[in-house]
Design a protein around this ligand. Structure first.
Ligand SMILES: *[C@@H]1O[C@H](CO)[C@@H](O)[C@H](O)[C@H]1NC(C)=O
Ligand SMILES: *[C@@H]1O[C@H](CO)[C@@H](O)[C@H](O)[C@H]1NC(C)=O
Ligand SMILES: *[C@@H]1O[C@H](CO)[C@@H](O)[C@H](O)[C@H]1NC(C)=O
Length: 384
């Protein structure tokens, strides 16, 4: 039991702050007991660790979560951390089983530092929920990690395993850098039981950097529905649906502006690059860049840019409600990458003015067929 120890330390600190008179001039009395408490590093573990960590969050400058076993149907809730808190995951963090919406983990705050210690793993043991239906039916599956309302914060070296459904949701964040994260849901490939296990879903956020992520899953590796100045670089996506913008349109926030995917690899995936504008909606997709992307073993679409997404790809007639402007696709390598039943490059635009200012250079994606129903394709490229 670690928490009683903490209480003792807090009591001792409070007592010393009160009891330290002018008699000992070499000791600078804490000006405020709250600050003394904030200097504390607190370690929580076992089945009471999650609740204790939530309850004591504000009192701890550093929160160490050591082999915490989060009870079923509860969130490891660190959404109200004090400014400047450091959170360190050690050992294996586990969650009990229940059918519910989640999230299993929630972290929010300003100037927060989250770190995974060497060898640590956040193991959601998603196989207990996996039934091949994801969010579309069957068991109700908890979402894994809400990284919501984080500002000027970093998340480093988290290793996440076997999420029941979507892994990391980034929303309402300004200034978030995620480095060296692994999301490994590859066990969900067995029997096609893992489904809708998106790696990163990003909305209404700005100045987000995801560097060096490895995602093994069964849905979008990254899906950006809205946001500004978002970069995904030095990443690996395996087993899923590739690097996606959207779908954009039909939500509260429908603007994607200034997004860069750089120096990343997409393999064993349904798509490589996909930009999805929802048909019958409004919004905008501006200044999206894919640069230095390597594709291999793509089953359906190497590069797909569409203004007729409706929950499925290339449905109906493309329209113009979500213009795609300033799109740059360069240095995309995928020679022989697309299956012979797939398509290399597919573009559907609603009009010649809804897809403008595109740059397309050094794109070599081959192996698949030519799509017959491309529309209003900007002159810098062609369907192939
Ligand atoms: C993250 O992991 C890398 C590689 O193991 C290590 O060099 C680095 O120090 C770690 N960073 C933090 C903040 O733990
Ligand atoms: C974009 O985001 C990065 C962090 O990923 C930040 O360093 C940079 O200053 C941001 N750019 C602007 C124009 O805000
Ligand atoms: C893209 O490829 C071109 C031509 O091969 C090369 O000159 C350029 O440096 C590359 N850009 C990046 C960012 O790698």
């Amino acid at each position: 039991m670690v928490f009683p120890k903490l209480s003792l330390i807090l009591a001792a600190l409070a007592a010393s702050a009160v009891a330290a008179p002018a008699a000992e001039p070499q000791v600078t009395p804490a000006p405020n007991p709250v600050i003394a408490r904030r200097a504390t590093s607190c370690t929580f573990s076992g089945s009471t660790g999650a609740a204790s960590a939530s309850a004591s969050a504000k009192a701890c400058a550093t929160i160490v979560l050591s082999n915490v076993a989060v009870p079923s149907g509860t969130t490891l809730d660190l959404s109200k951390l004090a400014d400047g808190t450091t959170v360190i995951f050690q050992g294996t963090t586990t969650w009990g089983y229940k059918e519910w919406a989640g999230p299993l983990l929630n972290i929010g705050g300003n100037k927060i530092t989250v770190q995974g210690a060497a060898g640590s793993v956040l193991n959601a043991d998603g196989a207990r929920w996996w039934d091949g239906q994801g969010g579309n039916g069957g068991k109700t599956k908890p979402k894994f990690f809400s990284a919501h309302s984080l500002t000027s914060s970093t998340i480093t070296n988290l290793s996440i395993k076997n999420t029941p459904v979507q892994a990391v949701s980034i929303n309402g964040c300004t200034g978030l850098t995620i480095t060296g994260m692994t999301i490994d849901d590859s066990a969900g490939d067995t029997g096609a039981l893992g489904h809708n296990t998106d790696g990163f879903d990003i909305g209404s956020s700005s100045n987000v950097m995801i560097d060096g992520a490895k995602v093994y899953n069964q849905d979008d590796c990254v899906a950006i529905n809205s946001g500004t100045n978002i970069t995904f670089q030095n990443g690996l996506c395996s087993g899923g649906h590739g690097l996606s913008i959207g779908s954009v349109g039909g939500r509260t926030d429908n603007t994607v502006d200034t997004v860069t995917f750089y120096n990343s690899q997409v393999t064993k995936s349904t798509n490589g690059i996909r930009v999805k504008a929802s048909v019958g909606t409004t919004g905008k997709i501006n200044k999206v860049t894919y640069n230095k992307i390597t594709l291999s073993s793509i089953s359906k679409y190497g590069v797909l840019i569409e203004q007729n997404y409706d929950g499925g790809d290339l449905h109906g007639t493309a329209d113009t409600g979500v213009p795609i402007t300033g799109l740059t696709i360069e240095n995309v390598t995928g020679t022989g990458a697309v299956a012979s039943s797939g398509y290399d490059v597919v573009v559907t635009c609603g009009s010649s003015t809804s897809c403008t200012g595109w740059t397309w250079s050094n794109v070599a994606v081959t192996g698949g067929k030519t799509y017959a129903s491309c529309s209003n394709v900007p002159s810098v490229t062609k369907c192939s």
